[in-house]
Design a protein around this ligand. Structure first.
Ligand code: MG
Length: 292
């Protein structure tokens, strides 16, 4: 979920980060322990959303998405706790009666606030067997997120990371979406700074920022197979690719610490990446597509 206005920025203490890790773990649990086993032909996106809503409620967490209205717009409040975007849908798909079918890819984006702190993440799942080129789209999109997280160990400014992300996607023959970007996160879902997955004009002018301990950002590359251009559906939320070819979306909330990046929405025990320095580790299909 993105917004137009990123209201504020606050440096987080190590204690704050431990609170954010709890929110992040709950988001991980919703996406990977609750949603992942539901991904199969025939399940409706509304059933998936209801399961995530139940999970948050059981843990007394608040949804960051339900009733969300982007600042400065008159878009209707978002009606669900997840954004579920299938195939050519890029982001902000609204859950409903649509059933997943064999060969689809489905992006689930969700966020919660637990004890005052936010977590936000997204994962794109294949439904059964998908076309090899679509599978490659998933690998490249997850790969560019992993690349960005790894680079945060050594890069001093976000523009360095963004340039590598842009190059990585281009080198693989795909397109980074430029209409939507990541964001700072903390007590609010959307804080400063804006976190583009490419070297934007805003980044070149005044938007660049230092990767210093206490910074927490949601990094969320959206990668399209055939064009960077997107369109808004008449529901005013769902974004689709202009050419109707597939799109993938992966997101983690990540803190910069003195010991390197801390992935707040990672699986238990996987919050500290083992690679650094921008050497992208080769990802096996099992690792990429079948989370624990
Ligand atoms: Mg986000």
């Amino acid at each position: 979920m993105q917004s137009r206005r990123k209201p504020r920025r606050e440096n987080k203490s190590p204690q704050n980060l431990e609170m954010m890790r709890r929110a992040g773990l709950l988001v991980w649990e919703a996406l990977h322990r609750v949603v992942a086993p539901m991904i199969r032909p025939g399940v409706t996106t509304r059933e998936i959303d209801a399961a995530v809503e139940r999970t948050f409620r059981e843990h007394h967490a608040l949804s960051l998405f339900k009733n969300y209205v982007p600042e400065g717009t008159n878009v209707p409040p978002f009606p669900a706790v997840t954004c579920i975007s299938i195939n050519e849908e890029v982001v902000h798909g609204i859950p409903g009666p649509r059933q997943l079918k064999e060969g689809d890819i489905v992006s689930i984006d969700t966020g919660c606030k637990l004890d005052g702190w936010c977590g936000d993440a997204a994962y794109t799942y294949p439904v059964g067997q998908v076309d090899p080129e679509v599978r490659r789209l998933l690998e490249v999109t997850q790969g560019v997120l992993d690349l960005a997280i790894g680079l945060m160990a050594t890069a001093s400014r976000w523009s360095q990371v963004a340039a590598e992300m842009e190059k990585y996607v281009k080198d693989h023959g795909f397109f980074v979406v430029e209409a939507f970007v990541g964001h700072g996160i903390g007590r609010e879902m959307h804080e400063d700074p804006q976190v583009p997955n490419f070297v934007s004009d805003q980044l070149k002018k005044s938007g660049d920022f230092a990767l210093e301990p206490g910074l927490v950002i949601a990094i969320e590359p959206m990668v399209n197979m055939g064009t960077k251009r997107v369109r808004t559906r008449p529901d005013r939320w769902t974004q689709v690719t202009a050419d109707r070819r597939p799109s993938a979306h992966f997101e983690h909330s990540v803190a910069v610490t003195a010991d390197g990046p801390y992935v707040l929405t990672a699986a238990p025990g996987k919050d500290r990446p083992t690679t650094s320095g921008g050497i992208h580790k080769s990802i096996t299909l099992g690792e990429t597509l079948n989370p624990p």
